[in-house]
Ligand binder design. Structure first.
Ligand code: UT7
Length: 332
């Protein structure tokens, strides 16, 4: 049934999974040659959550989604579409359908979307297209990643950065359109800067038959290049999304960036002349949780009562691909 509620888009619920295991900087300094001082000064990170033995992506994603569905005043059976932004599925064929089953969202169609740390923003914008065309009314967008599975725990340049997590929002059809503007970008020429690549091993099955039979290799990153990319491209893409929304930077109530590095948050805020009290940061507790970082941070500030209905949020993700994007929306 088409267009019962108008084809505007509202973000009406959020949630996040509660991981109990954590790894703090002192613990990491026993694993690689690093220190709490180096990590905290260079990144702002003090600890990160790590999936426990029995945790899997689908259950953490479903926990976050259920919280968001409850906040929106809906039940899983009301959900039309589930988009799971992840680069670390339990199953390479996709984990969204497992999340659908776990939630009991029997009538929802579900699929994965891979855009690394930009995945959540890309998924929000994708969800909005289905709502704006009147096809779906109630959509769950999840960002979930367990990067600990693919981290090289002997590489101090990367292993101190990442954490595991899952966060979600509900996006609903509404009379008023509260997704005010967006802009998405990709540059595959910079792909080498941040990778989790498949390495093939050609294997002979018989005299005249051979197949690729490799595996994925741990994350590699050129930190300095990604840093430079982020502080240049993120302000640009936010300004473009603001332009599309007909807004200026001083209309932003909350700057909600992918939580990669406190120094990146500070630099972007400075370039946009946004005061630090309007910048959402939970990096100290979570590290970089890839696609999960934006919805987890949103959930924390909403549940803390800081974000009020009608507040304007500028969300921006950036990372592997390379990909980057921004979405400007009003909460509630
Ligand atoms: O989510 C995807 C997006 N990812 C990002 O946004 C990451 C962007 N990049 C960054 O956040 C930063 O580049 C890092 C935090 C990764 C690194 O910070 P940096 O200030 O760029 O450090 P660096 O790579 O220039 O390294 C400085 C020094 C080096 O030593 P030398 O060569 O100067 O002697 C590194 O070997 O720090 C050393 N180093 C460390 N020392 C202690 C690198 N990692 C560590 C460590 N502990 N964990």
């Amino acid at each position: 049934m088409l267009q019962q509620l108008g084809n505007g888009v509202s973000v009406t619920g959020c949630g996040s999974a509660k991981l109990t295991n954590h790894l703090d900087n002192h613990m990491l300094s026993k694993i690689v040659d690093t220190s709490d001082e180096w990590i905290a000064t260079r990144t702002g990170i003090r600890q990160r959550h790590i999936a426990g033995e029995d945790d899997c992506l689908k259950t953490l994603a479903a926990e976050a989604a259920q919280e968001a569905i409850t906040m929106a005043g809906l039940a899983p059976i009301d959900i039309d579409l589930i988009i799971l932004a992840t680069s670390t599925p339990d199953d390479l064929f996709g984990s969204a359908c497992q999340v659908q089953a776990e939630l009991g969202a029997a009538t929802a169609v579900a699929f994965d979307l891979t855009a690394a740390c930009s995945g959540f923003v890309f998924a929000m914008v994708t969800a909005a297209q289905f709502i704006r065309t009147g096809v779906y009314q109630n959509v769950v967008v999840i960002g979930a990643d367990l990067l600990s599975r693919w981290t090289d725990w002997s590489d101090r340049r990367t292993c101190v950065l990442f954490g595991d997590g899952a966060g979600a929002v509900v996006m609903q059809a509404s009379e008023r359109d509260r997704l005010l503007g967006f802009e998405l970008r990709s540059d595959g020429a910079l792909n080498d800067c941040l990778k989790l690549t498949y390495q093939s091993q050609f294997k002979e099955l018989a005299d005249d038959a051979a197949v690729q039979h490799g595996t994925f290799q741990p994350i590699t990153m050129n930190g300095r290049e990604v840093y430079k990319f982020a502080v240049k491209r993120v302000p640009e893409v936010i300004e473009k999304a603001l332009f599309r929304a007909g807004l200026a930077t001083n209309d932003i109530d909350w700057l909600l960036l992918h939580q990669a590095n406190q120094r990146i948050l500070d630099a972007v805020a400075e370039r946009l002349h946004i005061p630090s009290e309007r910048v959402v940061s939970n990096m100290a507790h979570h590290g970089n949780t890839s696609a999960a970082s934006i919805p987890i941070a949103l959930d924390e500030v909403v549940r803390a009562g800081k974000v009020k209905v009608g507040d304007t949020i500028a969300a921006s993700g950036f990372g592997a691909g390379l990909t980057w994007g921004a979405a400007i929306f009003e909460w509630g």
